[in-house]
Design a protein around this ligand. Structure first.
Ligand code: NAI
Length: 480
């Protein structure tokens, strides 16, 4: 029986390993983590992350060939294949601070593998890492090898949160990079055999190590760039009377461009896009390519611009001040169908509104009050350092209340900001919401999910990103 151990039971390690265990009953999979509460949650009825379909997969395999444990060293020692799926946050201090990836967790995992191993191993980079990390890992392992052979593979993960199980069941591709030596090729084949149990052969791509590492950063940069491109267009649409949905539909029907990932919004979020682009920018700078670095930096700048543009629109529409006004925030997660709030645009929007002294009433179906308070008090980048290592801020934001119901959040509010595209928001009784709000009642739809015309008929003043503006909004121009 092949034994797999995955270090890191997070958004990637947990679902990825659960699907491997489901699809490969003859493989034993153990997911290990230094966070005891996280492992306890994986072993309970309340998994530590919300992901559609995940519960069923875990229930089917847990205790059969899928295990979660804090005994990191034992399971690493016993494994044939060790995945490393630890977090790789942006460095907050020292060389490359604010841009470079912090490989502290990765390096300590690699040193631990070297310490405890007694048999040959394939070590798989699952985390997103800077190109050439495999070389550093190889050095750590071989300099401490005690005669053990290690093969390093890069197998970046392309799943998207919210659709992780679907993506893992049916990936566009599985990418495996390895050394171009007979041993390297053998290791690639061993990992391809695992995926080959459910992924069609032609979708399993083998490359050299550096191509695999860089492809992940490139893919995230391209995806984020598409969002920033359409968001940049949304600003121009508002200024000219064009409708961004019509523009992106027209653009996306060109088969060279394609229709996906062209929705204008308040901005992208999530743990990866910003971190990976910053990392790419840093790598370009280190390789003497400042023009390339600046090109990618713009993708982040447009994203920041889009968030502040949204806040400015809210404030300017409401007579240039939201001081003391109640603003309902519907949605806090960075996208629907996840409870993940890392780098969610809601953080910057809420902070912007709080900066103008608004009172916020926040509702998200999957994010609890503790998380929201922590996010709003945290410094940028703190979020990507494990919470068990983080001092909890005792500060409770007096201007923020978190409720468990959209109607409660919007009651007596002056304005509503929709910041996550949860399906349930589309079905709300907006007449009831309108009746219980202060007048004039505003809706700022940061995800373009509500029917603006219907809401206008009710009496709302509606702002939809990139859409022709209401007369009211035209008369109250936002200063970007
Ligand atoms: P996460 O923060 O949810 O999970 C990482 C886990 O690793 C934490 O539970 C932490 O306690 C554990 N850990 C850290 N050091 C450890 C050690 N030495 N021994 C044992 N456990 C340790 O992170 P997430 O989101 O799963 O991301 C992991 C990697 O995958 C990152 O590099 C990320 O960029 C990449 N990635 C993330 C995607 C996502 O959608 N979240 C998608 C694709 C890649």
């Amino acid at each position: 029986m092949v034994k797999i151990c995955c270090i890191g039971a997070g958004y990637v390690g947990g679902p990825t390993m659960a699907v491997i265990a489901l699809k490969c009953p003859s493989v034993e999979v153990v997911v290990v983590d230094i966070s005891a509460p996280r492992i306890a949650a994986w072993n309970s009825d309340h998994l530590p992350i919300y992901e559609p379909g995940l519960d069923d997969v875990v229930k089917e395999c847990r205790g059969r060939n899928l295990f979660f444990s804090t005994d990191v060293e034992k399971h690493v020692a016993e494994a044939d294949i060790v995945f490393v799926s630890v977090n790789t946050p942006t460095k907050t201090r020292g060389l490359g601070a604010g841009k470079a990836a912090d490989l502290t967790y990765w390096e300590s995992a690699a040193r631990m593998i070297a310490d405890v191993s007694k048999s040959d191993k394939i070590v798989v980079e699952k985390s997103t890492v800077p190109v050439k990390t495999a070389e550093a890992i190889e050095k750590i392992l071989t300099h401490n090898s005690k005669g053990i052979n290690y093969q390093i593979l890069s197998n970046p993960e392309f799943l998207a949160e919210g659709t992780a199980i679907k993506d893992l069941f049916n990936p566009d591709r599985v990418l495996i990079g390895g050394r171009e030596t007979p041993e390297g090729q053998k290791a690639i084949q061993a990992l391809a055999d695992v995926y080959g149990q459910w992924v069609p052969k032609e979708r399993i791509l083998a490359t050299n190590l550096w191509s695999a590492e860089l492809s992940k950063l490139a893919a995230n940069a391209f995806l984020a760039q598409r969002i920033s491109s359409v968001n940049a267009m949304s600003a121009l649409c508002e200024a000219t009377g064009a409708d961004v949905s019509q523009v992106s539909y027209a653009v996306g029907t060109d088969t060279r461009i394609g229709p996906k990932f062209l929705n204008a919004s308040v901005g992208y979020g999530g743990s990866c896009f910003q971190k990976d682009i910053l990392n790419l920018v840093y790598i370009c700078e280190c390789n003497g390519l400042p023009e390339v670095a600046n090109y990618w930096k713009q993708v982040i700048q447009i994203n920041d611009y889009q968030k502040s543009r949204f806040v400015n629109r809210v404030v300017s529409s409401m007579f240039n001040t939201v001081s003391g006004k109640k603003i309902a925030v519907l949605g806090f997660a960075f996208k629907k169908d996840t409870g993940d709030t890392r780098e969610t645009p809601a953080i910057d929007v809420c902070k912007g509104l709080l900066g103008d002294n608004a009172r916020l009433s926040i509702y998200d179906p999957q994010v609890n009050e503790d998380q929201i308070q922590r996010d709003l008090t945290m410094k940028k980048f703190d979020w990507d350092h494990p919470t068990h290592l983080q001092p909890m801020s005792p500060t409770s934001l007096k201007q923020v209340s978190v409720v468990w119901d959209a109607y409660e959040a919007t009651k007596d509010a002056h304005g509503v900001c929709i910041l996550t595209e949860w399906d349930e928001f589309k079905g709300l009784d907006f007449q009831k919401i309108y009746d219980n709000m202060q007048k004039p009642a505003f809706i700022f739809d940061g995800r373009n999910i509500v029917n603006a015309e219907k809401l206008r008929e009710i009496g709302f003043i509606v702002y939809s990103i990139g859409k022709p503006l209401d007369k009211w909004l035209k008369d109250m121009p936002a200063v970007a």
